[in-house]
Design a protein around this ligand. Sequence first.
Ligand code: NI
Length: 434
Amino acid sequence: MANIIIENGYILTMDPAQDDIERGVVVIDNGIITQVAESTDETANTVIDAKGGVVMPGLVNTHTHAGMTIFRGYADDLTLSDWLENHIWPAEAQLTDNDLYIGTKLACLEMIRSGTTAFVDMYIHVDKVARAVEESGMRAALSYGMIDLGDETRAKSELKEGRRFVREWNGRADGRITTMYGPHAPHTCSRDFLGLVREYAFDDNVKIHIHVLETEDELNQMKEQFGMCSVNMLDELGFLDSDVIAAHCVWLSDGDIDILNERGVNVSHNPVSNMKLASGIAPVPKMLARGVNVSLGTDGCASNNNLNMFEEMKTAALLHKVDTSDPTVMPARQVLEMATINGAHAMGTNSGMLKVGCMADVIIVDMNKPHLTPIYDIPSHLVYSASGGDVRTTIVNGKILMDDYKVLSMDEQKVMKDANKAALNLVLRVNEQE
Ligand code: NI
């Protein structure tokens, strides 16, 4: 007997080798998908009626700072430097372990509700982040965000903490948590430091998560300091490899795209954050055309201001159409690939598809809604009409985290109450410092 059978759904496989199934079943056992078919002879402990909804792989958010949900709406409509230096950094200095625990819980709650089953995170107070992820039931690749600013003492202590976290948490929570190295960015980390991070990541056999060319300021700073851009500097260092997730990649030249492609670097595109902070427009259609693995991320909640991957998909599709004056770029199915299989590929997990043998990270999208009626094309609806609130059921690693809109893995009201309280106390502490 299997654990779960999902029946009576449109099966959007996202598997290049398997067409969608108009009315089908997905069978899950021991955290793994064991059958994707029109019908099954299997029986299961739990049978979920998808009620004609879309059964699909859970969305993968490849760039987050989950704990920053505590800053949702805290400082908006500012320049990046004003926003960071006068608002976010002073507030981050006041963050406690408990704030990060609660902020990450809130992030997981929001992601479970909006159909995200896995995410790639970089932040601070990482033990609390990991604890919150463990309890939430989600899948995540976590890293401690390291910045040395050319200071040798700081470099040492950052690497020590980064490595401690990498080794302590990798593979925990039934394998749902993996760890990565998280050097912040090429302009906030020294070249020597980045070289060491590269060695450490090879040694520990874990991946690297880094911001690359998010802003024009970074590009100018790198050119001034090294006479070359971040991508060239990283490449010269031997840093770029298929185990690197590079977030943003807004200010890329054609040559940079070739390098990222040759090295197999995974790019996380964050359109909403790039638009909100007026950072620029990443050349995503060009990257995809050359074969770069581009996935989607929301970035932290303070620059988005939510973790809703449906919104990210729609924004990505629209932004590049208007940018290239070409409505045929980034069609709906390609955007769905970015949010599912490409994200899973970046994380290195066997998921992102509904396929036998894949990890059972599955969501059901309720299509019985006015804004999703009538139905001509499912991918079109998912990208252009649906929203995170249409997700009815979320399953991670074969466990049901949300069943028919009810979150099972955490106490939703308590998480929101705790977050409100933590935010209030945080503001009081920041004001005291002023
Ligand atoms: Ni970021």
